[in-house]
Design a protein around this ligand. Structure first.
Ligand code: ZN
Ligand code: MN
Length: 507
């Protein structure tokens, strides 16, 4: 990829507006496939979950999976789509070894979900509305594994294995309208959109949406449109030629792929060259894209109505029943929790970005105050997670543990400082907070007699400091407080120690 010139991102944005179109395929978690009764278990031995229908043997008849239709309607409702009163399936004809039927059953002219939107929260809290063109039902193709090449692609491979277990798996493809006006934030908008869509899918429980396992796959179309000063004229400037980067399989990669394509296309256009309309592949190792199929001529898939399936006409009452039972959606839930917890925008954003919202919710449910729960998850525990390079949720500490630590502080049995040691013990697998306090002997020394003994010893060890305090230089007491805290291994209440020091020197 050394022959590719990249322009500076900011330079490109001075002359061009990026326009994106994002297609996401979500594999549904139904027990059986889209048009047959085959199981859908992930990771089953190759070609063990197949039947005459999903490999397309003569005479086999498909039947629509009711649960898949239900999932498609629920997703459409969550995305504010119109649910088609009548929709059909079509055959999309093409040859590839992963498609033994030579056609894919998909929806074409009348998708089940039409004209919706998804409001996407960006990192600074602003909301960008992405318009949804359609979401349609279809079946997945089989999985090709190209063996022997360096890249895992067909070029340079010795042979290819085909696993038809994936053939016929139920998919929903969600297609956006052109996403314009994001400017320099286009990479962030693309990532945030797929992240938000994934959250909705997970909240609905219709897919496990694992990008790394391919149950959620994103293709990103990108083109650059010349900027003109006049806003009215801008709308008339035609879209540029687009590239379609396929199967970008992490949120981070989506952001990087968009950024890369903006820089690559920007360099071409600035040099007076043309962008080729083509599919491209994202390479995680080099963080770049390379050309795949040229799409200069739109492919003609010879779509025609699937003759073996009846149209789907979801009853209005059923759709309304599904609407009434939709779960609270992630963005709505966040707004509710923010109000309930009395968090500022900034505090809520920090919790969201740290992936701590559910943890704080569970900690509050276990009895902690929202502020206390936030303090530990975003403070000490975030620090440890960062150090260990793991997600907060993967730390070996539970919301109940954090709530217990808060309770111990509230009862005055430990200080904030001791709480850190208690959490360290829990993280080290030493048991519950109460067990760690007992085993490590971490309870606050609240016995004044014991504290006075330590205060006297510290004053005796630093007579000049004692004299200074006596002479009215109260701030000098800090040195004695420090000595007492050290002597009690941090188990004293510093405020109480200060009181005792001042009391002692005035006696
Ligand atoms: Zn089958
Ligand atoms: Mn598709």
């Amino acid at each position: 990829m050394s022959d590719v010139t990249l322009a500076r991102f900011d330079d490109v944005l001075e002359s061009f507006d990026p326009v994106m179109g994002i297609e996401v395929h979500v594999e549904l978690n139904t027990r059986t496939k889209m048009f047959c009764g085959c199981a859908t278990t992930f990771g089953a031995p190759p070609n063990t979950q197949v039947c005459p229908v999903c490999i397309g043997l003569p005479g086999a008849m498909p039947a629509v999976n009711h649960k898949a239709v239900e999932s498609a309607i629920r997703l459409g409702l969550a995305l504010h789509c119109r649910i088609a009163e009548r929709c059909t399936f079509a055959r999309k004809n093409y040859f590839y070894p992963d498609l033994s039927k030579d056609y894919q059953i998909s929806q074409y002219e009348d998708p089940i979900d039409q004209d919706g939107y998804l409001d996407v929260e960006l990192e600074d809290g602003t909301v960008f509305r992405v318009l949804i063109e359609r979401a349609h039902m279809e079946e997945d193709a089989a999985k090709n594994t190209h063996v022997g090449g360096a890249t895992g692609r067909i070029q340079g491979a010795d042979y290819t294995l085909v696993d038809y277990n994936r053939g016929g798996m139920p998919l929903i493809e969600i297609v956006t309208k052109p996403i314009e006006g994001a400017g320099a934030r286009a990479p962030e908008v693309a990532r945030a959109y797929v992240a938000a869509l994934r959250e909705v899918v997970l909240a609905l429980g219709i897919s496990d949406a694992r990008m790394e396992q391919g149950s959620l796959r994103a293709d990103v179309n990108l083109s650059l449109r010349p900027k003109v000063p006049d806003a009215a004229a801008q709308a008339k400037v035609p879209f540029g030629k687009r590239s379609e980067t396929k199967n970008v399989n992490s949120l981070r990669a989506i952001e990087k792929a968009v950024r890369y394509e903006i820089r690559r296309q920007g360099a071409l256009l600035s040099a007076g060259q043309l962008v080729t309309q083509e599919t491209r592949h994202w390479h995680e190792d080099t963080e770049s894209t390379s050309p795949g199929r040229s799409k200069e001529q739109a492919e003609d898939y010879r779509y025609f109505p699937e003759p073996d399936l009846l149209p789907i006409e979801p009853a209005k009452a059923w759709v309304e029943e599904l609407r009434a039972t939709l779960p609270e959606l992630p963005s709505v839930k966040r707004a509710r929790l923010k109000a309930e917890w009395a968090f500022t925008d900034r505090e809520m954003l920090a919790a969201v970005n740290a992936g701590a919202v559910d943890l704080i919710e569970a900690t509050v449910a276990a009895g902690a105050s929202p502020a206390g729960a936030r303090k530990w998850w975003l403070g000490e525990l975030a620090r440890v997670a960062n150090e260990r390079e793991v997600e907060l949720a993967d730390l070996p500490v539970s919301p109940a543990d954090v709530a217990a630590v808060e309770a111990l502080i509230g009862e005055g049995r430990i200080t904030d400082k001791l709480a850190r040691q208690v959490l360290a013990g829990v993280l080290a697998g030493e048991g519950t907070p109460a067990e760690v306090v007992a085993a490590r002997g971490l309870a606050v020394v609240s016995d004044d007699a014991a504290l006075l003994e330590a205060v006297d010893a510290a004053l005796a060890a630093q007579p000049d400091v004692a004299a200074a305090i006596k002479a009215g230089r109260v701030q000098a007491a800090g040195a004695i407080v420090g000595a007492v805290m050290k002597a009690t291994r941090g188990q004293a209440d510093a405020a109480r120690v200060r009181e005792l020091i001042l009391q002692r020197v005035s006696e």
